[in-house]
Ligand binder design. Structure first.
Ligand code: CA
Length: 210
């Protein structure tokens, strides 16, 4: 069964972009000689490589939209019993009971240098698990195949199409609250997305709304 949590802090008025960065903290480390906090600024397929597998009990986001998985390799290979958590914002920490020693891999969504920039992450499994494709602009071909979840970051809506080169049926899909930097989180979709393009409000309104 999937367990999902979210913590967000809306930082209105801040225009300074900061690279995505996450701290994982082991609040209940039983050995004072081991490191209790690690700083992460990239994809970590296996936290065991950093001696931090299933140790974190708090996640503090310096900046970004971070996805936390209970199995290595972003839950790509496992079928059942996966947990996925996400935390996004600037200078925000999860509660102390949020992840409870279960995180084995982490990655971010959106642009590394500015998590509020326009982009779309597409995932091959639901809840942002599995293989992904990252788009920052028009994609004449989406290679992922069937898309089961996606995240729309930034302020612009996108149009996704069921054929390549922006052909076939298009659907408009949006960030949830772009004025607050709140991305569109779509954890469970079934869509044959073969191409996608960044759009405008005027253009997107011509299409069915997701
Ligand atoms: Ca711990």
């Amino acid at each position: 069964m999937l367990k999902v949590g979210v913590v967000l802090l809306l930082c209105v008025g801040s225009s300074l972009a900061v690279n995505q960065q996450l701290f994982l903290i082991d609040n209940n480390a039983n050995n004072e000689t081991i490191e209790s906090t690690i700083s992460i600024s990239g994809y970590i397929q296996d936290l065991a490589d950093l001696n931090f597998d299933k140790r974190a009990s708090t996640a503090c986001v310096v900046s970004g939209l971070w996805l936390l998985y209970s199995n290595r390799n972003f839950n790509t290979d496992s079928i059942l019993g996966n947990a996925v958590h996400f935390v996004y914002g600037d200078n925000v920490c999860s509660g102390s009971t949020f992840i409870v020693d279960e995180i084995s891999s982490v990655r971010y969504a959106g642009s590394f240098v500015d998590w509020k920039a326009n982009s779309m992450n597409l995932y091959g499994k639901d809840w942002y698990q599995g293989r992904e494709q990252f788009l920052v602009g028009d994609a004449y071909t989406v290679l992922l195949g069937n898309v089961r979840s996606l995240i729309v970051s930034g302020t612009s809506p996108w149009i996704v199409f069921d054929e390549e080169s922006f052909a076939g049926n298009g659907v408009c899909i949006r960030p949830f609250a772009p004025e607050f930097g709140q991305p569109g989180m779509y954890p469970n979709i079934e869509a044959a997305i073969k191409s996608a393009k960044i759009s405008t409000e005027e253009e997107c309104q011509l299409y069915p709304q997701f």
